[in-house]
Design a protein around this ligand. Structure first.
Ligand SMILES: [Zn+2]
Length: 994
């Protein structure tokens, strides 16, 4: 079939070739064309679309002899009809696709243009990066199925020395390579780029129809073929309803498939055993589901990379279930586990037996070498924002709150600590211990957390212990003892005495690879070992996590767009606490440090073309929240509350308001609009609040025009500024920066970093002198070290490289790692890549995937604002443009690679080669070699089937000899050993040639 199409395209696309074909061959091709319809059952819809595109993009189809286009159109129409029949689609969908295909026809010309653009882009990249590849492939693509290449191929094919049979072999070989790539390119790229709807159909038809991932097993793991086996849903409006598309308008969360307004999970009972060898948790999760509407037959749970073994009801009977790919952008975030509910009961229990997989993004596995003690492995979960679904089946949206208990079985002597109160002493048997915890306050799935490690614990306060590895536990105890009580008490004062609902407040110290500073898991804040500098200078993070006991954990953002309700409020209250303890000047200092962070973040997001993400309530429905989050919700949010504080009469009024806010919304998940309504109601007597431009603050982009400096105590601030200014002006001697507060030093460094952005420069001698006086390279304070490295990299000072590499190898928190890599890459790209490769395994997947995804967000969130562009220099503009191109490339590549991976399945062998070729080509064109290289290894299957892979590997190996030689050798050997086999079935060959 493909061969036939290949021939068709080749023959049709080049006049010289056509002229050279003899009558017999022409006749053959005609037959092939007529035969396409008969071969249709062999084609699935995706391929059919590809054929369709090929035809229209075939030059002679667009500008060939009279009648060509018409003839092909009628053929396509015929193909449509058959395809619809074959797919058993309903009329509505058939019409939908027909519309799409008509649009495709109309857009034939613009498709050619798109392709031209793509090719130009490819060449732009190739020109810069890799001449070998250019020669190899892309020069050919310039004029679509390019003539020089084609002629070369054809000259080979029709060489008079070949015997007829050899010719066919040769033809098959060459043409397959050639055409499959372009078919693949068009199958996926053009329809998806031009018609987002088609992507949906495509996913549905290919992924849903042909990937038979549903089966039901009995408790012994045997397949059960009973009457209850789930039927594949017909593509009817009923199926649409299941996937949530019709009820979306109401309360659905864009990042979750949960139908929580119909059936909501009220509690979970989780029993898991940890297996460090296989790196999985396995066991069961019992969910109590309550129906909120009559007639509800199904509950939808979020799952991702989980292996579901079985689902039973309270009586142990098997329940019908299936895993569906959600519609629209939700497909990016996971799958829907659709479970049937009994008709009569309003509340029922489901027991899901399952295990996690090594792909589960919520779970981080550390080898013993990666721990402080280096004796035992360690693992922990981090489910915020939407990774909970890869740890357990749940309604993974902050709109749903449930109580839970978790029982974790671990090998002795390891300890499991989870986000609840302990349920008695651990039970020990056969070298295993089971720890149990219960959370009686209903919480969101992202707060269900566990860490398994060789932990000891120490008392640090009235109701607090810290858990940490033996090597760290003393340091942690010293850092937090008593201060935890001071913070808890002061926090309660600032929120107007609202009750602390959780019982105990503990801290677990995670290795410094933890991607966050802290995570507010209830009863057990997880905190990075990076935050133990020994001088308590970083305890503000502890204050922050404590505040989450009220804000976030009790009053919660309903959707991730409202994240500032969690983090902005928390940051605001955290600074109020620290101001109460250390004085107004200190609060002023913290506010300014935060403001500087905000300035930097806005700048960074603008440069990335993601200015939409600088909004307080951004539109992030189709972006992974983790990609959207930055310091904006924290700093812009708290700045907004500080601004409101000025209007309503100061701290005391805000304290009364906070109490009312917490009491009103305690235990609920709310949206920004509800906060606004409550605020306006609470302060309705205060005239000044009419000044508030809510639209500007909530939905405006960039920095708000609010002069913070006019409202804060500036004593400590001025001190920092004058130190910074003196460093900019001269090389001062004996300026005692180390005697300043850590936050002041941070501010000095911030001033200097900002000065660089304004075009000022610090000489390398000056930086060396600064380090000589203040020993920044050796500081244990992670905030100072981070700024120091950033300053060094931005000044392109070689003296900072060692400290920077050390920093990147010992800290994994996103807010440090991401900007530092950007700066290091700009300074020394090769080194940045090398450092990243070396530390990749150290980072949590959240960070390590950033390499590929780094600028993904910009693709989806619009352009850089015009204003910002005008102010930029030509160099900056070029840089920005390059970054934008690169980010688009990466995002597209990701899409395609994911896609390729998704259809790498046995039943899809036919399309395998197409898609792998596609993936390779695209990866080649769009990815940076490092990313490409990594992705290849993530989906090694590609090597086995992609004819281009060897050449590509060689090309890259030659151009980028950074990879470990053994790696390349292995890769090449693997590719060599592969015997390329045509998958053209015998039958289709016969029918073609008969
Ligand atoms: Zn927080």
């Amino acid at each position: 079939m493909t061969f036939a199409i290949a021939m068709l395209i080749v023959a049709d696309s080049d006049e010289t070739v056509r002229a050279e074909l003899d009558a017999q061959e022409k006749c053959f091709l005609l037959q092939v064309m007529e035969g396409i319809g008969d071969l249709l059952p062999e084609i699935d819809i995706g391929f059919f679309v590809g054929v369709h595109c090929c035809m229209f993009l075939t030059p002679s189809a667009v500008c060939g002899p009279p009648g060509t286009l018409r003839r092909i159109c009628s053929k396509v129409h015929y193909l449509h009809t058959k395809a619809f029949k074959m797919m058993e689609w309903d009329v509505e969908e058939a019409a939908e696709l027909r519309e799409v295909s008509i649009a495709l026809q109309q857009a034939a010309v613009s498709m050619v243009e798109s392709l031209e653009l793509l090719v130009q882009e490819a060449l732009w990249y190739v020109d810069e990066e890799c001449d070998i590849l250019k020669d190899f492939l892309l020069a050919d693509a310039r004029t679509f199925i390019a003539r020089p290449r084609l002629q070369h191929v054809l000259r080979d094919m029709w060489h008079p020395d070949y015997e007829r049979e050899d010719i066919w072999d040769k033809v098959l070989n060459q043409m397959w390579l050639f055409v499959s790539t372009f078919c693949g390119l068009m199958v996926v790229m053009i329809p998806t780029l031009l018609y987002p709807d088609l992507e949906r159909l495509w996913y549905r038809s290919v992924l849903q129809k042909d990937l038979d991932i549903r089966h039901i097993e009995d408790l012994k793991g045997q397949d059960v073929k009973v009457a209850g086996t789930v039927e594949r849903p017909a593509a009817t409006s009923d199926a649409k309803k299941q996937a949530g598309s019709e009820v979306d308008a109401g309360r659905a969360c864009p990042h979750s498939v949960a139908n929580f307004w119909e059936a909501v999970v009220k509690s979970l009972e989780i029993h898991l055993a940890v297996d460090f060898d296989r790196q999985v948790f396995s066991g069961e999760c019992k969910l109590v589901v309550e129906k909120l509407q009559s007639g509800v037959r199904k509950v939808l749970l979020d799952v991702l990379d989980l292996t579901i073994h079985s689902i039973t009801d309270a009586h142990g009977n098997l329940v019908q279930w299936e895993v569906q790919t959600p519609e629209g952008s939700r497909a990016k975030f996971g799958k829907a586990l659709v479970v049937s509910l009994p008709q009569e009961d309003t509340s029922c229990q489901l027991c899901v037996r399952y295990e996690t997989t090594e792909k589960s993004t919520a779970i981080q596995w550390l080898t013993r070498e990666q721990t402080a003690g280096k004796r035992y492995p360690l693992c922990f979960t981090q489910s915020c924002a939407i990774c909970g679904r890869s740890f357990l089946p749940c309604q993974d949206t902050p709109s749903v709150k449930a109580t839970f208990s978790i029982h974790v079985t671990v090998p002795v002597p390891l300890v499991a600590v989870a986000s609840g109160e302990p349920l008695g002493e651990p039970k020990e048997a056969q070298g295993l211990r089971t720890f149990a915890y219960a959370q009686k306050v209903p919480v969101m799935s992202y707060l269900i957390a566990v860490v398994v490690a060789n932990f000891e614990s120490r008392v640090i306060g009235r109701k607090s212990r810290c858990y940490a590895e033996p090597a760290v536990v003393e340091a942690a105890q010293q850092e937090f003892t008593d201060i935890v009580d001071v913070f808890l008490d002061t926090a309660q004062e600032v929120v107007g005495g609202a009750d602390y609902e959780w019982g105990s407040y503990n801290v677990a110290i995670l290795p410094s690879s933890f991607a966050y500073g802290g995570m507010e898991n209830p009863n057990c804040t997880f905190m990075s070992a990076s935050l133990l500098p020994g001088d308590r200078s970083l305890t503000p993070t502890l204050a922050h996590e404590i505040v989450h006991s009220w804000i976030g954990n009790l009053v919660t953002n309903a959707y991730w767009k409202d994240f500032w309700l969690n983090e902005g409020f928390t940051r605001y209250i955290e600074r109020r606490i620290l101001g109460k303890i250390h004085g107004a000047a200190y609060r002023g200092l913290l506010l300014m440090v935060g403001y500087n962070d905000l300035v930097k973040t806005v700048d960074m997001l603008n440069k990335q073309g993601s200015s939409g993400l600088t909004r307080l309530e951004p539109d992030i429905g189709d972006i992974d929240p983790d990609d959207a989050f930055s310091r904006i919700p924290y700093e812009k949010g708290s700045l907004f509350l500080f601004y409101l504080e000025q209007l309503v009469g100061g701290e005391e009024s805000m304290t009364k308001y906070l109490r009312s806010y917490i009491e009103t919304f305690r235990g609920r998940s709310i949206q920004t609009s509800e906060m606004k309504a409550h605020f306006l109601e609470f302060f309705k007597e205060v005239q000044k609040i009419e000044e508030v431009d809510w639209e500007y603050w909530l939905h405006g982009e960039g920095l708000p025009s609010f002069d913070l400096t006019a409202h804060v105590d500036r004593t400590l601030l001025e001190q920092s500024r004058s130190v910074a200014d003196s460093w900019l002006a001269e090389t001062p001697q004996g300026l005692e920066m180390m005697s300043m507060r850590a936050q002041q030093v941070m501010l000095v460094l911030d001033h200097l970093i900002n000065a660089l952005a304004d075009g000022k420069r610090l000489s390398h001698q000056k930086l060396a002198a600064m380090d000589g006086q203040s020993y920044f390279s050796k500081t244990r304070n992670v905030e100072i070290a981070f700024r120091w490295c950033l300053l060094g990299c931005r000044s392109e000072w070689p003296g900072c490289l060692e400290a920077t590499e050390h920093f990147l190898g010992s800290h994994g928190r996103g807010v440090y790692v991401k900007p530092l890599y950007v700066a290091l890459k700009a300074f020394d790209g090769a080194r940045a890549k090398a450092v990243f490769r070396r530390n990749r395994k150290f980072y949590m997947s959240l960070i390590s995937k950033q390499d590929v995804d780094a600028k993904k967000v910009s693709l989806f969130t619009g352009q850089v604002s015009k204003q910002a562009t005008q102010k930029m220099s030509a160099k900056q503009k070029k840089h920005l443009e390059d970054e934008r191109r690169m980010s688009q490339r990466k995002a597209l590549t990701r899409l395609w690679l994911d896609f390729g991976r998704a259809i790498l399945l046995p039943r899809q062998k036919k399309y395998l080669a197409i898609v792998t070729n596609l993936a390779f080509l695209v990866a080649l064109v769009y990815m940076e070699p490092t990313d490409f290289y990594i992705s290849c290894w993530e989906c090694q299957d590609f090597f086995g089937v992609a004819p281009f892979s060897r050449a590509i590997l060689q090309a890259i190996a030659l151009r980028y000899p950074f990879g470990h030689p053994q790696y390349w050798a292995k890769a090449l050997a693997q590719v060599e050993s592969f015997k390329f086999r045509f998958w053209i079935s015998d039958s289709s060959c016969e029918s073609s040639s008969s």
